[in-house]
Design a protein around this ligand. Structure first.
Ligand code: SF4
Length: 187
């Protein structure tokens, strides 16, 4: 006997952006549509130097599955990425390399410091370790932990998604943003 055709009417692919709706129309702003698209198609660039990178591997694997957030497309060239995920101890000698990678990313770009070392140097309060990557590049979200569990990394990623979703298209052209870049010596 043929199975009756069933339609899952509860499938929700993305949430509807804020807007106005009435009979036969729905209106929203361009910012919100772009934000929705960007938020669900982030291309991460993993910059992993040590132990936190292992947690990142777990985060990408099937059990936690970052692909659910539209972010399964890892790219290893900064020119194709919009989210720099920094994981691990960053030696001072690595600082200029990290900065160069950041500079090679096109705007708009976001940065996540994953774990205590990337956020603040962690337990390595020594002459050779950068005491937080925000000494060389601006950071949008910090994820605490040594190492952070995959759930924490996903939470950080969802915070990035919120920033991406709510960011105005004009933000990167504002004086405030230019001031932030200038404070890092970036034109
Ligand atoms: S925060 Fe902890 S787990 Fe992560 S790189 Fe530093 S020492 Fe390793």
């Amino acid at each position: 006997m043929a199975r009756p055709v069933q339609y899952n009417t509860k499938v929700k692919t993305v949430e509807i952006p804020e807007g106005y709706s009435g009979e036969g129309f729905f209106a929203t702003s361009f910012d919100r549509v772009i934000g929705l698209a960007r938020k669900n198609s982030i291309w991460p660039l993993p910059f992993a130097t040590s132990c936190c990178g292992i947690e990142f591997m777990a985060t990408m694997a099937s059990n936690y599955d970052m692909a659910r957030f539209g972010a399964e497309r890892m790219a290893f060239t900064p020119r194709q990425c919009d989210l720099l995920m920094v994981m691990g101890t960053i030696a001072k000698k690595m600082g200029p390399v990290l900065r160069q990678v950041y500079l090679q990313m096109a705007e708009p770009r976001w940065v996540m410091a994953v774990g205590a070392c990337a956020s603040s140097g962690g337990i390595f309060d020594t002459y050779s370790v950068l005491q937080g990557i925000d000494q060389v590049i601006p950071v949008d979200v910090y994820v605490p932990g040594c190492p952070p569990r995959p759930e924490a990394i996903i939470d950080g990623f969802m915070n990035i998604q919120q920033l991406v979703h709510n960011e105005s298209l004009r933000r990167r052209h504002t004086d405030r943003y230019k001031e932030l870049m200038t404070s890092y010596g970036i034109e």
